[in-house]
Write a protein of this length. Structure first.
Length: 324
């Protein structure tokens, strides 16, 4: 099975990214699938970016890919803009995409509301996303549940092209992760850099504890003697993701019976977070000191991706009449 997925280089990756994407990507790699994992810098510029910062963030995200366990010997790791065929196929698909369907894209509406002025790129980026997928004739696309509508567009465009020209594109299947949402430290929204409610994968130990210590818990627990409901506590939700089964039961029982305080519960969670992110942080710090090595991996990955992408693009160009 061929797998394709990517992530925008918009700053430090966090636990939500790990459980929502990275853990699944590594699993798919280990299962022996043909995996293409790219850094979506073309999607990133649908909103204003500082060029120098975007370049830096691209290298940092590549280092994070490697630190969490993606292996360039097993997966093709590359930067989206290094493979021009993404943009070239996107234009072909743009000419097939129905305006009505594009106008119904929920994510565009949500993102546009946050912008003073929306660009055409922000409106049409789901078509670029479809090109990212169809270019490699992907069978499976591991994405968050919020991307389901975009995957439906990818399937629709594949069908439209296949019907109009020739059936060359498989219809990609959506592969949702078991973890559909990781709640942020504010207890209100999903973990996100936009809400500053995240724990970064490569942040230092002190920084993580400074974020975790004041994190929102069950409001009923004003004092340690007040029993709580762990099911409405975001700290307990993180325990269920990260901690051992024994400590999850400890947190649940201790909260309900008021035998442990919230800080005590957070300290136990912190220990498990450190067990998870400590090796990732160590690997990342080692990698980021060798940017030339990272860039070399990205260049080689782009060559491998381009070989597959160009083959698809040539096929498309011949069918639509762009070859002579």
């Amino acid at each position: 099975m061929r797998v394709v997925s990517g992530m925008q280089p918009t700053g430090i990756a966090h636990l939500g990214n790990y459980f929502g994407a990275f853990a699944n990507w590594v699993k798919l790699q280990q299962e022996g699938h043909e995996c293409f994992y790219f850094i979506a810098n073309q999607h990133a510029i649908t909103v204003p970016q500082d060029g120098a910062q975007l370049s830096k963030a691209t290298v940092e995200l590549a280092a994070t890919y490697l630190a969490v366990g993606l292996d360039p010997e097993k997966s093709t790791i590359f930067v989206q803009s290094d493979v021009p065929a993404h943009s070239q196929l996107a234009w072909v698909l743009t000419c097939l995409a129905p305006m009505g369907q594009m106008e119904r894209m929920v994510q565009f509406k949500e993102k546009a509301e946050k912008q003073h002025s929306s660009s055409l790129g922000l409106f049409s980026y789901p078509v670029l996303q479809a090109a990212d997928i169809l270019l490699y004739k992907a069978n499976m696309v591991p994405v968050g549940i919020d991307q389901a509508q975009h995957l439906e567009l990818s399937r629709d465009l594949a069908q439209k092209f296949n019907n109009q020209y020739k059936p060359i594109f498989p219809e990609p299947k959506t592969l949702h992760t078991k973890t559909t949402k990781v709640v942020g430290l504010d207890g209100k929204s999903k973990m996100s850099k936009s809400f500053n409610n995240y724990i970064g994968l490569v942040e230092g130990s002190e920084t993580i504890w400074k974020k975790l210590a004041p994190a929102v818990t069950d409001p009923a627990r004003v004092t340690k003697s007040d029993p709580g409901n762990p099911e409405i506590c975001n700290i307990y939700a993180l325990h269920k993701l990260i901690s051992s089964e024994e400590d999850v039961l400890w947190a649940n029982d201790g909260c309900k019976k008021a035998t442990i305080g919230c800080i005590e519960c957070k300290k136990k969670l912190y220990e498990h977070i450190e067990k998870l992110v400590g090796p990732i942080r160590e690997s990342y710090n080692s990698l980021i000191e060798k940017p030339k090595d990272i860039k070399e991996i990205l260049v080689l990955g782009a060559k491998k991706a381009s070989a597959v992408a160009q083959e698809t693009l040539n096929e498309v160009y011949e069918l639509i009449g762009f070859t002579r």
